[in-house]
Each structure stands twice: as C-alpha cells, then as structure tokens.
Design a protein around this ligand. Structure first.
Ligand code: MLT
Length: 387
C-alpha cells in the first residue's frame, strides 16, 4: 500500500485515478510515500523517511524546499502547461484592464447607485476619466516563453498586437508552438526599451528575483503597462509604486496584491486567480497524480524540477533506480556491484540535471541484497528496486 498525503484540495478526477487497493490518500495520511500539493508552504515541513516524491499541481515550485528534497533523493514534479490556458485567459483580461480603466470604472459606477434618472447623464459626463488606448497594433513584450508565455504571445498576436518574446531557454517544442507572427528577440533589454505592454512569465529563481527594478523601469517607455501573473518577488514593489507615482509607468496589473500596492493609483490587483478554473484544477490534478504513480510504480520521471526526465520500460526481471550526485565515477560504482551480484544488465539509462543524476538499470537475475550494496557506494542518495 502506498500512502499519498494531500496538503491541499486536489481535484477528484486526479485522486480517482489511484487504485484504492494500492493507494491510501488524504490530508491525514502519515509517513507518506508521496505528497500532492498546490500552494501549501512546505519549507518548514519535516520530510519523512518514506518520502519518494512531491507533485505540485501547478507550475511554480517556490513553496517546496527543492534543495532539501534533492539532498534527500525526493523527486519534485510540477505540471507544466496544465493550467496554462487558464492563466493565459486571465492575462488577456489583464491586458484589456490595463488599457481602459475597467476596474476603476466598475467602482465608480457603484457610486452612482441611488441617483435615479440621473444615472445615464452622469455616466456620459464621467466616462472620459476611464478612457484608454486600444491594444491592437501596440507592442507587447512577453518575457519567458514557457507553456504560459507562448499561449499569451500567440493570443495577443491573434488580437492584433505586435508581439515580441524573449527566452534564452526556449525549447524546440516551444519554438514550434510559437506563432510565426511573434518576433523572437535575444534579450529582455529589447523588450524593456520598445514595448508598450510587458508581461512576465518566468519562474522565481535567484536569477529572476527583483528583475524588474528601478533601473530596468527607467529603461522602459514612460507609459508602459506591466503585467505580473508569475510571482510577486520578480518585481521591486517600491520601484513600481515610485514609477506609478512619478509618471514612469501607466499601470501595473498583478495577481499578487500586497498592502503597499492596494489603493495605489495605476495598480490593478487581483486575487491569485490564474489557475482557478475547474478545467485547470482537473488538468493539474490528473497530471500530478499520473506523475506520482508512474514514479512510484515504474520509476519513471517526467516533469521533475530537480531530477532529469528518465523513462524506461523493464524487459528484465527488475529495475534498479538510483538517485545520486552528478559526479565522476558513480556509474562504475553502480555497475560493478550489480555485475558482482550475478545480475545481467539488459538496459541502462542515466541522465543528469545540474548536481544530481538518475540512473536506471534494467536487470535479470536475483536482486536480493542489491539495494544495501548500492547504498554503500559513494555519492549514492537513494536506491529502489522495482519488480
Ligand atoms: C502556478 O504556479 O501554477 C500558478 O501560480 C497557479 C497556482 O499555483 O495557483
């Protein structure tokens, strides 16, 4: 029986995929083999000895202590693309809200309650304060062309915007999905200097933290409209507020409201609603549960943020799955004891991701005792034998 702990509500269409004769799941499950999480903060959580994997039903993984997980051999998955359409739709709404002052106009309309027959006249008189430019033909810069950035870029291009996209890590798959109308640029600088609208679609990493600061804002057009539906700490909030107050930015739309931002002229702050659609909750839950089950049952890794993707079917009698440091000599120290134990290696796959690596050996023979032998090898973090 595998224990799966859910730290947040996970859509039933995902958890229903788990065979109840093999999996126990729920928020009260103890000593989990895997954890399913959405936004719960895990940084101060104790990671139990049985824990093999954590799957985040969503894209960002900044609520998970990735380094601690890697050191303990815990595979962390996310669900790239599963909520991308939901986020894209909210970003398109944000683009429109950043142009015409739609949120402020809605608030103003409410102040007319009780004015009786005067409402029509008051509306005509007051509406000009909420006017704003059309997005058609304007330059939009998309920073980060992952699953969400690509959808936003393509949708904005289809709405007639002149779209520029930047991403040094653009994948081949991503490039194939990007509309031919989107101009790919090599640096964010080109976007900062040229675009009327800029939208951020990058993860929060040491390199991206505070990427929108006072200097960067100073290089932008004075009436720039900035959208941040990625993570709060990508921007220096004080610099944004200063720019809005001194005419260096026309509008900042974000779904990370803070006390400082609320009420500032030019800020449109929404709750973090990007993935809050039934469709995206279902997609994320299904993808997260499938990732966990495939790892637990077959040792396959797909969509991990801390370990490489390795998928290999078993043709021998067992699959030996080893998480280890990505340093020289480890492969020899794995194959030698396997051969010495009289096992034949039918197939083998080893891949690395930064400081860590994952090696799978598809073997024939009697694997009794091999786990503890391999754990003795230097730089090995965890060993599992799947039959
Ligand atoms: C994500 O990381 O997938 C998005 O921020 C949406 C969310 O977590 O709610």
């Amino acid at each position: 029986m595998y224990n799966i702990q859910t730290l947040n509500k996970i859509a039933a269409c995902g958890t229903d995929l788990m065979d109840k004769s093999k999996y126990a799941f729920g928020d009260d499950v103890k000593n989990p083999d895997a954890i399913l999480v959405r936004s719960a903060a895990m940084h101060d959580m104790e990671l139990g000895d049985n824990l093999l994997a954590i799957a985040r039903a969503g894209a960002g993984t900044n609520n998970i202590p990735i380094d601690k997980c890697s050191e303990k051999g815990v595979v962390v998955f996310n669900t790239p693309g599963a909520n991308a359409n939901a986020v894209k739709e909210l970003v398109i709404a944000a683009l429109l809200m950043s142009s015409r002052k739609i949120p402020a106009s809605l608030d103003w309309i409410k102040t007319l309650k009780g004015k009786g027959d005067e409402v029509g006249k008051l509306v005509e008189k007051g509406k000009s304060q909420f006017a704003g430019p059309e997005i058609m033909g304007k330059k939009l810069g998309v920073i980060g062309l992952g699953a969400i950035g690509i959808l936003v870029a393509n949708a904005a291009a289809a709405l007639g915007m002149d779209v520029y996209g930047a991403d040094p890590f653009l994948s081949v798959d991503g490039a194939l999905k990007l509309s031919g109308k989107v101009h790919y640029v090599k640096s964010n600088k080109e976007i900062f200097e040229q675009c009327d609208y800029i939208t951020l679609h990058v993860p929060l990493l040491p390199d991206t933290k505070g990427m929108i600061n006072a200097d960067v804002i100073a290089s932008m057009k004075k009436n720039v409209r900035l959208l941040n539906f990625s993570r709060d700490a990508l921007v220096d909030e004080t610099a944004i507020i200063d720019a809005l107050n001194n005419g260096g930015m026309a509008c900042y739309v974000t779904d990370f409201p803070t006390d400082a931002l609320i009420g500032v002229d030019g800020v449109v702050a929404l709750p973090h609603l990007g993935a809050s659609t039934p469709e995206s909750e279902d997609n994320c839950a299904v993808m997260a549960v499938k990732e966990i089950m495939d790892y637990i049952e077959n040792g396959n890794i797909k969509n991990s943020v801390n370990l490489p993707n390795v998928e290999m079917t078993i043709s021998g009698s067992a699959k030996i799955c080893v998480i280890h440091k990505n340093v020289e000599g480890v492969i020899n120290s794995l194959t030698a004891p396997v051969s010495a134990a009289g096992l034949n290696i039918e197939n083998m796959m080893s891949k690395s991701k930064k400081d860590y690596a994952y090696t799978c050996l598809d073997v024939s023979g009697n694997t009794t005792g091999i786990e503890s032998k391999l754990m003795e090898a230097a730089n090995v973090i965890s060993v599992r034998v799947i039959k």
